[in-house]
Design a protein around this ligand. Structure first.
Ligand code: LEU
Length: 504
């Protein structure tokens, strides 16, 4: 048989090629991210000199950067659908990323901004399209698809876990630019794996024929649809009013956000109109609705890097009864950031098996169900943070295990939601727009990040105990609402998951 067909541990070999490519890509992404803010705020003088920015300036750049990398997935998806196909777009994304991370090793301001720009473009081209390719390895109805995505997700977190420790250490102790350079080398390794593995990917990620790509709607006319019905008119009016208001209020960031949402709405309408059958249209609608769950999920979950990070630093008693080499007798606050990735590596397969078994027993295990349960488990994780806040009120510090328990619940929730969402998109998205839809999904996670930042900002007024409590109540209530609507939502999928089984 051809290499494409060969399997390893019950999955196509192509999965492992994508696994290691993405592992190195995430290694470079999260490694660079781990030292970015530290580099920005370090003094311009001294041994390991940084840029000497204020905390506020550094966090502002960080917020923009982490949102833009995911928003760039939309153009990245369009390039794949219309111009190159996913496979070649991933290749170019990888090359651009090697260049971007590599340039950051140069100690010059022009190099810094060029590097960031290239990384945004590179992630936008690579990340959504490599995810779509994972789905392409499995036939419709193959029960292994969800598990394949979980394996892929473990690769993501293996990269994230190792890099935050290794690049973090090199950046802080040897030099920031050595850390950035190391991220570049890691991405080069990913690129080599990808090139070497092409023979296992012959049937996935190829460009559709010109006739298929050019049929139906064109991007040129997409804005006309914004003004078609009273509902669309209302949505458009709100978006445009938002754009104008924020641009006039000189809050350029939010102004752009609204303009961007206007674009996305136009594109989504165009795609809807372009779909030819009611089944396709319904599946498309339920996919877009599931993105609301995605935004709620990441909007809560992403307190990890913000509020919970600061909580670990300022309000948690991190002292140990013994002393360890390198760190002494206090656990560094940043270590709590690695717990999520570590728990994913440990529990990934267990959670995926749990759901797969349920499915085989014909119990409820649809994607929407899993995602909603994931939101509930994640939301309940914040209850531990409420307890931690109460302990802090009484004792002036709270114990470390509250954070560990919270991250554990967050991770189990993530494993029930996030890889499932990736898989779900590849089941529902119309082939012609598969990459674009994945791009919109990642943009939704970027939006979730933004929401998390906004919620986090309120903690100084409301107190973090109240915020944690509020997040639990909102997320759990929202997910219950989704569960109540499970039947009609599932009807819209037209049984896309009913027939899943072990294919011969
Ligand atoms: N951990 C995920 C990743 O890097 C987060 C993403 C879905 C926003 O793939």
């Amino acid at each position: 048989t051809a290499p494409q067909k060969s399997e390893l541990f019950g999955h196509p070999v192509g999965l492992y090629i994508l696994f290691f490519t993405e592992m190195w890509e995430r290694f470079s992404y999260y490694g660079m991210r781990a030292i970015l803010v530290l580099y920005l705020v370090s003094a311009t003088q001294g041994g390991n000199a940084g840029l000497g920015w204020t905390n506020a300036e550094a966090l502002a750049l960080y917020g923009w950067y982490t949102m833009l990398v995911y928003v760039a997935s939309i153009p990245g998806g369009i390039i794949a659908d219309k111009l190159l196909g996913q496979k070649k777009t991933v290749l170019w994304g990888g090359i651009i990323l090697v260049a971007g991370h590599g340039i950051l090793a140069v100690e010059e301001m022009w190099a810094f901004y060029t590097g960031l720009g290239l990384i945004i473009a590179g992630v936008g081209m690579l990340k959504p399209n490599i995810s779509t390719m994972v789905g392409g390895l499995y036939k419709e109805g193959d029960i292994r698809r969800d598990k394949g995505f979980t394996i892929f997700y473990i690769g993501i977190n293996l990269g994230a876990f190792l890099s935050s420790l290794i690049v973090g250490y090199v950046g802080e102790n040897i030099g920031w630019h050595w850390g950035f350079g190391l991220a570049g080398i890691a991405m080069a390794l990913g690129l080599l794996v990808y090139l070497w593995g092409q023979k296992y990917l012959t049937e996935v990620g190829n460009l559709l024929s010109k006739a298929e790509r050019d049929s139906g709607a064109s991007f040129g006319g997409m804005f006309k649809d914004l003004f078609k019905s009273p509902l669309q008119l209302t949505i458009t009016a709100v978006l445009l009013a938002g754009s104008i208001y924020y641009l006039l209020a000189i809050d350029i960031a939010y102004g752009f956000l609204f303009i961007f949402l206007t674009f996305v709405t136009a594109m989504m309408l165009m795609v809807y109109k372009d779909l030819t059958t009611q089944v396709m249209k319904d599946r498309y609608v339920v996919m877009l609705l599931s993105f609301i769950l995605v935004i709620v999920f990441w909007g809560a979950f992403e307190q990890a890097g913000g509020l919970m990070n600061i909580y670990a630093l300022e309000k948690t008693d991190r002292s140990l009864p013994f002393s360890l080499p390198l760190i002494g007798s206090e656990v560094p606050a940043s270590w709590f950031q690695s717990l999520n990735a570590l728990f994913i590596i440990i529990f990934g397969v267990i959670v995926a098996n749990f759901w797969a078994k349920r499915k085989l027993k014909s119990k409820e295990a649809s994607s929407i169900f899993k995602m909603a349960i994931g939101v509930i488990i994640m939301g309940l994780g914040f209850v531990f943070m409420v307890f931690a806040s109460m302990e802090f009120q009484n004792n002036g510090a709270s114990a470390m295990y509250w954070l560990v328990l919270a991250y554990l619940f967050h991770t189990i929730g993530e494993l029930s939601s996030s890889p499932v969402a990736l898989s779900f998109i590849t089941k529902l998205a119309p082939v012609k727009y598969a990459s674009l839809m994945m791009g919109v999904y990642f943009a939704a996670t970027g939006l979730g990040n933004k929401v998390a930042g906004i919620v986090g900002e309120y903690s100084s007024e409301a107190g973090d105990g109240t915020i944690f409590m509020g997040i639990t109540i909102f997320t759990v209530a929202f997910a219950i609402l989704v569960l109540l609507m499970l039947k009609p939502l599932k009807r819209l999928t037209h049984g896309v998951e009913d027939e899943e089984r072990e294919l011969p």
